[in-house]
Design a protein around this ligand. Structure first.
Ligand code: FES
Length: 105
């Protein structure tokens, strides 16, 4: 069973930023929108592109390979060519720490 693990500190991000981090040997991306934080797998479900290299605007991250977009709040695939959601993980803030709980695979 997974638990919350420290992934970063709040000073490493500000609103509109994304940050690639490793949590328990898994690469995931932290996103900040306003005061809220979100976390997705660094994997595009179309063909395995690295979403951390993509453009992040509003609540959407775009895959740099063929342009699929995902909602950073839940991992939902927003447009073609991706049809499957990517993994999303729970995030909480404890003081200055950003903690991530990896969803069970
Ligand atoms: S690998 Fe991401 S859109 Fe094709």
């Amino acid at each position: 069973m997974s638990e919350f693990i420290k992934a970063a500190t709040r000073s490493e991000l500000s609103s509109g930023d994304k940050l690639l981090v490793e949590v328990d040997d898994q690469l995931v991306i932290l996103f900040q929108v306003g005061d809220d934080y979100f976390c997705l797998d660094d994997v595009c479900t179309h063909d395995g592109g690295t979403l951390s290299d993509g453009e992040f605007e509003g609540f959407a991250i775009a895959c740099p390979r063929h342009g699929a977009k995902f909602d950073v709040r839940c991992g939902k695939a927003l447009c073609m060519p991706a049809t499957q959601n990517t993994g999303s993980h729970e995030v909480k803030v404890d003081g200055d720490d950003i903690l991530v709980k990896l969803a069970d695979a």
